[in-house]
Design a protein around this ligand. Sequence first.
Ligand code: NAP
Length: 352
Amino acid sequence: MRYRVGILGATGAVGQKFVEVLHDHPWFDITALVASERSAGKRYRDAVNWIGTSIIPPSVEDMIVQSVDDIPDCDIVFSGLVADVATEVEPRMAEAGLAVISNAKSFRMHPLVPLLIPEVNPEHVQLVRCQTWCGPLVTNPNCSTVGLVCALRPLHDAFGVEAVHVTTMQALSGAGYPGVSSLDSLANVVPFISGEEDKLASEPLKLLGRLGEGGIEPARMAISAHCNRVPVLEGHLECISVKLRTRADANAVREAFETFVSPVKSLGLPTEPEHLLHVMDKDHFPQPRRHVMLERGMGVAIGRIRPCEVLDVKFVVLVHNTLRGAAGGAVLNAELLHSKGLLSHRALSKAP
Ligand code: NAP
């Protein structure tokens, strides 16, 4: 038996990545595509402005796009909705018994909603047991947060992280479709992305926090973020400096990255990369154009590990924003829920 899945916001930049990741998934079958009234009632290929480099999968191109007003006939919905719409739609879908796996920011900091990266904080998934909706609702972090926290996890475990300074160079696809206008983005850098610096300062504290009796106790560290939009198609590059609680040099930091073992490796989740962290030696690596598809877009590249003159150690991280940072990460979250027996009763009856 397989799960029937719907994609909310199926015509957007993240929704299209969901289509790419899910159309040949070993456990999931796409049975519903959902978007705004502008798209509802049209065939998917007529409603979408397809920006992928592969063709629209033939299995979905003639599906009729549905409205978010209706509850799709499926077990799980993957949400790539804009946040103001997600705030109303996602709890309604969960209340109807669907498992909701969201990318939107609406419920990321809700005390009963796991903010999940399976390789970073898989134990937080247990929070869904405290939810009162009929189906579970989980979220994945902001796309830049994903790259930052994947790198911080082994450092926080080994040395404790006290302070972080991060400057991001974020790809255009991070702004969705059609996103930033060509006159603003071509041969230019925009040194502001609305709301992004606040997310980078707050989401890591929940992700690296401890799950206890009273919910998640946030990690204690100071994070300062600068976020910039740059003329790159896919892949957020992040220059990160860290201050550690136990002093460690660049070699020790490198070893922590290289010896990191994913805590969910034994579960055999289909979308998990072979290795999460890839340390690169060349001084001019990682680069978005060359390395963004590492591990099918699910790996995180780290380079330029060296002493920091102000904090302790600095390095550069590259993360694929619409795969690892959005659709791929969300699919991995659903796989983790399944492996822990935490998808809804309705979905569980169809478990593979
Ligand atoms: P996008 O390209 O603008 O897509 C938005 C989607 O939402 C479209 O499918 C659109 O449908 C639908 N939508 C808009 N208004 C709607 C309404 N009133 N009712 C129903 N559906 C509506 O945005 P995106 O970049 O894919 O981002 C989607 C979500 O993922 C956002 O919450 C974003 O913050 C989050 N996210 C994005 C990234 C990234 O790298 N892009 C990474 C992580 C998280 P129509 O085409 O029919 O208008």
